[in-house]
Write a protein that binds this ligand. Structure first.
Ligand code: ADP
Length: 286
């Protein structure tokens, strides 16, 4: 399954005094099995773009082809698109409302008219996929859980629709470091073990460097950089100009180089930095 975006433009409140071009001439190809990070300053168009990918917004112009179907055509079945592309909004736990976790997760599939047996199967599977034991948690209230666990329940509710592609808007926002790592590892597992295509919207360059295979950078409604984390994080000046940056550890490496230490410039994760520093200073000093 692929998502192809051709010359996509989105204008909010067109022809009015508050007209705002949120997406301008966006062209993208997202292939089956990719792990993509979408980054950009607030207001760069990320949310608008991901809402187009599952048919929540109508394009001002351009095409969006999901699994070979142009969803911008009048009369296209958006319900099919939403089954294929799941979207987890920011702070999705605010949308939990049922009295038990099980009921919350089955809400989406039930709306699709799926039978009880299949629903139970899906709830079990999606809870397993987000690392929540079915028997332990099914009857608990989602409101008794920690922030990170609530978020897992919300993600399970989207996964229960069995999408092939999962888009997550800032899934680590507001969590403590352990909660962030747990959710990121879970998302990695969804990709590696369950073969889901992942599109992760993130503000954290650390997370992006650690986890994504391809990075798409947006600024003022346009895609300005695209490539592997290594290729994108090389463009330090461009990233800083648009209000982003590179991972903290990359700045540390740059500072060490400025002090005359001969260390590779292209280091973007703490693990890489550790290895290089051990090479230079020996294991006991790092
Ligand atoms: P991001 O997700 O990168 O923060 P958005 O897609 O939310 O960016 O916003 C892109 C631009 O569109 C911003 O200038 C924002 O103010 C504007 N915008 C977003 N949603 C709306 C809306 N519902 N009505 C009008 N303007 C909007």
């Amino acid at each position: 399954m692929s998502i192809k975006i051709e010359d996509l433009r989105h204008v909010y409140m067109q022809n009015g005094p508050f007209e705002k071009v949120a997406l301008d001439d966006v062209n993208l190809n997202i292939n089956d099995g990719e792990f993509i990070a979408l980054i950009g300053h607030t207001g760069s168009g990320k949310s608008t773009l991901i809402q187009h990918m599952n048919g929540l917004l109508e394009a001002t112009s351009g095409k969006i082809i999901v699994d070979g179907v142009d969803i911008t055509l009048k009369g296209s079945k958006l319900i099919d698109v939403r089954k294929k592309v799941g979207l987890v909004f920011q702070y999705p736990e605010y949308q939990l409302f049922e009295e038990t976790i099980e009921k919350d997760i089955e809400y989406g599939p039930r709306n699709l008219g799926i039978d009880d047996e299949e629903i139970t199967k899906r709830v079990k599977k999606s809870m397993e996929m987000v690392g929540l034991d079915y028997e332990t948690y099914r009857h608990k209230s989602p409101f008794d859980l920690s922030g990170g666990q609530k978020r897992r329940v919300a993600i399970a509710g989207v996964i229960a629709m069995e999408p092939k592609t999962l888009i997550l808007d800032e899934p680590t926002a507001g969590l403590d470091p352990k909660g962030r790592d747990d959710i990121l590892n879970q998302i990695k597992l969804l990709h590696e073990k369950y073969n889901m295509t992942i599109i992760l919207v993130s503000h954290s360059m650390e997370d992006v460097a650690k986890i994504a295979k391809r990075v798409i950078v947006m600024n003022k409604g346009k895609v300005v950089l695209e490539g592997s984390p290594r290729e994108v994080f090389k463009e330090v000046e461009t990233l800083e100009e648009i209000g982003l940056g590179v991972p903290q550890v990359t700045y540390l490496i740059r500072a060490l180089r400025a002090k005359g230490i001969d260390i590779r410039e292209d280091i973007y994760t703490i693990e890489e930095a550790r290895k290089e520093l051990i090479k230079i200073f020996g294991k006991s000093s790092v």
